[in-house]
Write a protein that binds this ligand. Structure first.
Ligand SMILES: Cc1cc2nc3c(=O)[nH]c(=O)nc-3n(C[C@H](O)[C@H](O)[C@H](O)COP(=O)(O)OP(=O)(O)OC[C@H]3O[C@@H](n4cnc5c(N)ncnc54)[C@H](O)[C@@H]3O)c2cc1C
Length: 294
């Protein structure tokens, strides 16, 4: 443990206890003890910004950014496993992710700029729980599982059960997100990631959509649609998915699906956009995906 000096925005210098454990079991022990249960810092691209913007600085930090055990990308028979401390740049470069979940690469390429991609991690993106995060819609569309670990053991839950409400997750105070498990993309399936922001780079999304679909003879056998920035959490669109299953794709079905999705999402007005615009764009992005795959 070391003591770090930070200058707050009001120029008051504060001392923060800084832990940099070398193993996952050390992290779990720190989290199990209420006296050392400090925020986990991965890349710090959300956390440090939040503290600097006036959030409450903690009296300690547990730095997990360099923890090798959760910086691995592994492929197994039907899934790929991504360690929580894997950065967006590592995902973009990974031949495993490029091959078995290429839309995740597309999403990571839209996160901030290269400096943010080099530091920001997939675990931080998930646990930060912003409805505007770029990787969660992909993981939700792919029915990913998250692995949460504590000294009591490991548990696996679907990402769709991880988000409870606006910025609230199922992560317990003594738990760390260790891995994300994603079913491999199968060649018969088409997938796409689309993001609308104010600019091409350094822009948080106004709306993001990831969809994947299996089509036989022009008919949709199965489809998953996930969206960001249209609700308090990232969400799936079950009504629109049900409507599309078994339908033959043509322009009138695509138009109907766009209208259904615009009606299904419940966005809000905020500084980045209006609810009406977001509804319209969500439908438009689905239309783009359906046109791309038909
Ligand atoms: C200029 C700028 C542009 C950005 N642009 C985008 C963008 O376009 N799209 C986007 O999605 N995001 C964007 N972000 C947000 C941020 O970069 C991402 O969310 C990033 O992935 C966060 O990862 P991190 O490792 O830096 O998280 P950190 O800041 O280290 O942590 C974020 C939260 O997750 C928790 N945490 C981290 N890892 C774990 C773990 N393994 N287990 C449990 N809890 C954990 C931390 O305690 C904290 O609460 C931007 C940020 C900046 C500053």
């Amino acid at each position: 443990m070391r003591l770090l000096r930070f200058a707050r925005n009001d120029n008051v210098v504060i001392m923060v206890r800084y832990f940099k454990p070398e193993t996952l079991s050390e992290v779990l022990s720190l989290l199990a003890d209420k006296d050392t249960r400090f925020p986990l810092l991965a890349g710090g691209t959300d956390l440090i910004v939040q503290w600097r913007m006036g959030g409450r600085w903690p009296s300690g930090i547990v730095d997990i950014g360099a923890l090798e055990e959760i910086r691995l990308i592994i492929q197994r028979d039907n899934v790929i496993e991504i360690g929580a401390a894997v950065t967006h740049s590592m995902l973009i470069e990974s031949h495993i992710v490029r091959r078995y979940c290429p839309v995740l690469v597309d999403a990571c390429k839209t996160v901030g700029a290269v400096q943010i991609q080099n530091r920001g991690t997939i675990g931080g993106n998930i646990v930060n729980a912003s409805p505007a995060g770029d990787t969660p819609p992909v993981l939700l569309a792919f029915d990913a599982l998250v692995e949460l670990a504590s000294l009591s053991g490991r548990r696996h839950i679907p990402l769709r059960e991880f988000y409870l409400s606006y910025r609230k997750t199922a992560l317990k105070p003594d738990e760390i997100l260790t891995r994300i498990i994603i079913p491999k993309h199968i060649p018969e399936e088409k997938a796409g990631f689309y993001k609308i922001g104010t600019r091409k780079a350094q822009a948080i999304s106004k709306v993001a959509l990831c969809a994947r679909a299996k089509i036989t003879g022009g008919v949709i056998d199965d489809i998953a649609i996930a969206l960001g920035s249209v609700a308090p959490t990232v969400v799936r669109a079950p009504k629109t998915e049900t409507f599309l299953k078994g339908k033959k794709l043509d322009s009138s079905i695509i138009d109907e699906a766009k209208t259904k999705l615009s009606a299904e999402v419940v966005p809000i007005d905020d500084i980045r956009s209006t609810a009406d615009y977001r509804r319209f764009v969500a439908g438009g992005l689905l239309g783009r995906f359906l046109s791309d795959i038909s």
